[in-house]
Design a protein around this ligand. Structure first.
Ligand SMILES: [Zn+2]
Length: 618
């Protein structure tokens, strides 16, 4: 039987293909890890038990959903089923709409598995995090690892399912007269709404983008949002947050309904709020500027703290995931020097001069660039090897390269794991500890090179990320949500710092900001301090924890923030044998790397004790 191809459908419903992201989005789109998440469908799928590739799907039926999953993700699928019903209740109320028919959700245990899907007519793009397709309104996605991220991605895609259902006149096959009008609406309208309704108005990552745009006079008007220069997810989310904040959340559904009738975003907004969009634009910009004016005076640019090492001025953009060599003289980092490729380079940490390219992800099919978005690698203690997590084919690998020439000297394929991130090397060089997505959850693993032994260090639904081995080898700092998460209530705790004893596996909470994100711990040379990133003020900055005393110090106080490509991406590094750190900063719509080695700056300013705490509820 000949299958209808996506191209054929594209010819017939040309409007369906508008949703493809233009190459101009790609650098940022790859960066965000979610692109083009509304797809043109394939037609096979939906029997009760579907055999595809190695995935033997079963169906979990909840009140409103058919959740397709396979054995290794059984426990995560049960969690997702409960998340899905909670989203259904929220979105039904917010958008004043009940979905017609049961909603299919097809879950893959990891992104490499997801990339093998044939449900959307061709493999999803490299940067595509998830897809909702229009024909059968199926949500197709991988587990994100961290529960909070899985919950967000599911909520985002479910907004698309509501958008399709609310804007399609009648049920049944798509035709030129019966298709979801959502497919014709601008990306910022559709994706921004999905981000706003799944994240809400309180989002430090998007707020950072908006602050940066405001200070550089780059806030878009609603019409400019149609220009691909403005990333639709972030700016669209911000605009919806403004509309909903000012006129109430219920305008979101009313504007969507109005847009389904009129076919235009601008007309719909004007009809529902009764104000010309030009006035709304001006008032939005004015409010943003007012909110951040004082902050500009109170904060600093990154060059107040250290030296600008890597930026577009001396090479290329999107400089992220910096990792200093043990002696602090060199730095491995990621950059998009070619529009389609996030590559790994080694640079001189004094001058920023590129020494060599270690990995070319875009043109080398051996490596998948999406791994790098959420991950950084690690040097060995002698500074001649670098390890990172990657994907080759559909399997995750730990890859060790010779830094002098980029040659692969060791590679360990880990077919039982989904994705591997953020390896850290034991000081004696024998063991690598890393985080991995397995069965849809994020846990810590160790791999012993000599014995070829893989060991699971944590095994539960809680999130464990960003391991960093202490200089004396006696403990591993990492990030976890286990202290504040209540799985029974689907309540996900903040990312907090913890220490693990690599010998016994014992986990202890250490001081963190209880109401903030605390990520990316990095040890000081003497092993007494942990540098890390936290956003207790709503802005992500570098902090230092004196591990012995539990005292916290603030090292940077930036207007935009220290950031990797996503809010959870590693963006901070410390040298093992010298007092030096480096971090990437989001500024002027790009990511630059700064280096700090001044003792006074590295000491930081004491943080008021009322802001800090340690949570040991679990
Ligand atoms: Zn989307």
């Amino acid at each position: 039987m000949k299958r209808l191809t996506a191209v054929a459908r594209g010819k017939r419903y040309t409007m369906l293909r508008r949703r493809r992201l233009s190459p101009r989005y790609l650098p940022v789109a790859i960066a965000i890890g979610v692109t083009a998440c509304i797809g043109v469908p394939d037609t096979r799928f939906g029997q009760n038990k579907v055999q595809y590739d190695a995935f033997d799907f079963e169906i979990l039926e909840t009140e409103h959903f058919d959740i397709f999953f396979y054995e290794e993700e059984r426990e995560a699928a049960a969690q997702a089923g409960r998340m899905a019903e909670r989203w259904y209740a929220r979105l039904t109320r917010l958008l004043n709409h009940e979905l017609r028919g049961r909603q299919p959700i097809i879950y893959y245990a990891s992104h490499p598995h997801f990339k093998q899907t044939t449900q959307i007519g061709g493999a999803p793009g490299e940067g595509t995090g998830a897809v909702t397709e229009a024909l059968k309104r199926r949500i197709i996605l991988p587990f994100a690892g961290p529960l909070k991220e899985t919950d967000h991605v599911l909520g985002h895609e479910m907004v698309h399912a509501f958008q399709f259902d609310m804007t399609q006149r009648r049920e049944g096959a798509l035709s030129n007269t019966n298709f979801p009008r959502a497919l014709q609406l601008p990306l910022w309208f559709i994706e921004g709404m999905a981000e706003y309704l799944s994240i809400g108005p309180d989002d430090p990552h998007t707020a950072m983008w908006i602050r940066d745009a405001a200070i550089n006079d780059k806030l878009p008007t609603m019409r400019q949002l149609n220009n691909p220069r403005f990333f639709p997810y972030r700016f669209g989310q911000a605009f919806w947050a403004y509309l909903a904040g000012r006129f109430g959340d219920e305008v979101v559904g009313r504007i969507l309904n109005a847009a389904a009738r009129s076919g235009g975003a601008e007309i719909a907004i004007e009809r529902v709020i009764g104000i010309p969009v030009d006035s709304v634009n001006a008032e939005w910009h004015e409010e943003v500027r007012r909110a951040y004016d004082d902050l500009r005076e109170e904060t600093h640019d990154a060059d107040h703290y250290g030296k600008l090492l890597l930026s577009k001025e001396n090479g290329a953009g999107l400089n992220t995931a910096p990792v200093l060599s043990p002696d602090g003289t060199e730095l491995v980092f990621l950059s998009i020097r070619d529009v389609f490729s996030l590559d790994m380079f080694r640079a001189d940490a004094e001058t920023g001069k590129i020494l060599n390219k270690l990995v070319e992800s875009g043109t080398d099919p051996h490596f998948e660039s999406i791994q790098f978005i959420r991950s950084a690698g690690a040097w060995n203690s002698t500074g001649d090897r670098f390890v990172f997590g990657a994907v080759t084919g559909s399997d995750p690998v730990l890859t060790v390269v010779d830094v002098s020439n980029g040659d692969i000297v060791r590679e360990k394929v880990l077919p039982d794991l989904g994705e591997v991130f953020n390896p850290t090397w034991s000081p004696d060089g024998s063991v690598i500890v890393f985080s991995a997505i397995v069965g849809g959850f994020s846990d810590l693993y160790s791999y012993h090179f000599e014995n070829d032994v893989l060991r699971r260090l944590t095994s539960d639904a809680y999130t464990d990320l960003h391991p960093a081995w202490s200089p004396d080898g006696r403990s591993i700092a990492f990030v976890t949500d286990r202290f504040g998460t209540d799985l029974s209530r689907l309540s996900y705790g903040n990312y907090q710092l913890a220490l693990m004893d690599p010998g016994t596996g014992r986990i202890d909470a250490i001081v963190s900001f209880p109401d903030a994100k605390n990520i990316n711990p990095q040890w000081s040379k003497d092993g007494r301090s942990l540098y890390f990133l936290a956003d207790p003020t709503g802005i992500t900055n570098v902090y230092r924890l004196d591990v012995g005393s539990g005292r916290l110090y603030q090292i940077t106080d930036l207007f935009t923030g220290v950031s990797g490509i996503t809010a959870l991406s590693p963006a901070l590094t410390s040298a093992k044998d010298t007092d030096k750190i480096a971090f990437s900063v989001y500024e002027k719509g790009d990511y630059n790397v700064y280096v700090v080695d001044e003792a006074g700056v590295l000491a930081g300013e004491p943080v008021a004790s009322s802001q800090v705490g340690v949570r040991k509820s679990r």
